[in-house]
Design a protein around this ligand. Structure first.
Ligand SMILES: [Zn+2]
Ligand SMILES: [Zn+2]
Ligand SMILES: [Zn+2]
Length: 146
């Protein structure tokens, strides 16, 4: 995220009526060094490793606001668990294999036909960042996995 962006997030949290607490600073530090997909439970654990007083409710409430501010997005992994990403990485959805539980990033061009069709036919705009398509990966399909 970088230092400049931090101070921006801080002032935007304040504008939303959230105080700049040590727990929130720790969460942003943890988010800043994370990569890929991280569950809320992982974030709580990482924050607690730095500050044992961190409560899950503080972490989840802050994540909600950061999402409203467009700083993080979430998608859904196994059993619907929320997995968080930091922007500004490229916008993407996910493919998830229900057999081996593998996940792969889905790029905008890969869903272009679907997105265009739904926009034209229904006036519906896909939220790519929140899109997860479940099915079987090529390996599992070839192996005849359920
Ligand atoms: Zn969701
Ligand atoms: Zn698979
Ligand atoms: Zn992702």
């Amino acid at each position: 995220m970088g230092r400049g962006r931090w101070s921006e997030v801080r002032s935007r949290l304040r504008a939303r009526g959230l105080r700049w607490t040590p727990q929130r600073r720790v969460l942003l530090e943890v988010l800043d060094r994370m990569d890929g997909h991280v569950t809320g439970a992982d974030l709580v654990a990482s924050c607690r490793a730095v500050d044992p007083t961190t409560t899950p409710s503080t972490v989840y409430r802050t994540l909600d606001v950061l999402e409203e501010l467009g700083v993080v997005t979430h998608s859904h992994g196994r059993e619907g668990r929320q997995e968080f990403h930091i922007r500004p990485r490229a916008s993407h959805g996910h493919l998830r294999c229900t057999s081996c539980h593998g996940t792969w990033e889905l790029r905008p061009r890969e869903v272009r036909a679907l997105a265009t069709g739904l926009r034209v036919d229904r006036g519906f705009e896909i939220a790519l960042d929140h899109l997860t398509i479940e099915g079987r990966c090529t390996v599992c399909a070839a192996a005849g996995a359920p």
